[in-house]
Design a protein around this ligand. Structure first.
Ligand code: HEC
Length: 243
């Protein structure tokens, strides 16, 4: 009985040793790149160097919150006397950043804690928070700056789709079942689109951060599984030579 699929002759476990070695090196290098990307994601979400599991709150702050809310709850939180000072500013930004309520709820906090760096002479980070008009763009927009999101979308779609295609082709040249060979790359492709679609949707519809989380996880899992299966199959002994 032959469990192995031999529908085509392109099977990597039968390839010459040199080719198997170089493909193995490629797979190991890609896996290391994948690992690095997980640290990069973690770092971009909470700003420090150690790895932590991404949380929904971190994703919300990055993809669905206003730049003002993001800053005052993360990087700029250190300038508040106590964390509760952020609450009125956050609530105001979430409620639509109205001019009428700005003077009562927001201006006093910014005056006390922020304007020494973001008003008048000093506009650190090119951010001016002196007036409602200066603040409005930071309070009313959502998610990362448009240009940053566009650049990341471009890089991810071009880079990762090629990686997934390559992993899919390598998996196709293995002895795993057709279901795995087709299913895993397909899953990873759909997950990639969900992840990146989620980045854009979250700006208008906060629950789309769940797409970002699940898409990111499934894409990483799918690609990792492809790479592991390719490597394993390539060095797994064949069925009793070619008898
Ligand atoms: C001691 C100076 C200082 C104080 C006080 C300060 N900031 Fe900042 N802020 C900075 C610097 C420097 C940057 C640029 C940081 C960077 O680009 O990494 C910045 C950047 C920002 C940004 C842009 C963040 C981004 O992602 O580009 C916002 C928004 C901001 N600050 C809001 C605030 C708010 C709100 C307060 C008051 C709670 C505050 N800052 C207090 C120095 C300060």
């Amino acid at each position: 009985m032959r469990m192995e699929s031999t529908k085509h002759g392109w099977q990597l476990h039968r390839a010459p040793l040199g080719l198997k070695l170089s493909i193995s090196l490629l797979v190991v290098t890609l896996s290391a790149g994948l690992l690095a990307s997980q640290f990069l994601v973690s770092q971009s979400l909470h700003g420090s160097d150690h790895w932590t599991w991404p949380s929904m709150e971190q994703l919300r702050l990055k993809y669905a919150a206003s730049p003002l809310e993001r800053a005052i709850l993360t990087q700029m939180a250190q300038y508040l006397d106590k964390p509760t000072e952020a609450a009125p500013v956050v609530a105001w930004s979430q409620a639509g950043g109205e001019r009428s309520t700005y003077y009562e709820h927001v201006a006093p906090v910014l005056d006390r804690r922020c304007l020494r760096c973001h008003g008048g002479e000093s506009t650190r980070g090119d951010v001016d928070l002196s007036t409602w008009g200066d603040l409005a763009p930071l309070a009313l927009s959502r998610g990362p700056a448009w240009g940053d999101l566009l650049r990341n979308t471009h890089l991810h779609l071009f880079g990762i789709s090629l990686l997934l295609f390559l992993a899919g082709v390598l998996l196709w040249c293995s002895r795993w079942s057709r279901w795995l060979q087709l299913g895993l790359p397909l899953l990873a492709f759909v997950a990639l689109l969900a992840d990146i679609g989620g980045w854009w949707l979250s700006r208008h519809f906060e629950p789309a951060i769940y797409l970002v989380m699940s898409g990111g996880l499934l894409m990483t899992a799918g690609l990792t599984a492809c790479l592991v299966l390719v490597l394993f199959d390539m060095w797994r002994p064949g069925p009793k030579s070619s008898a």
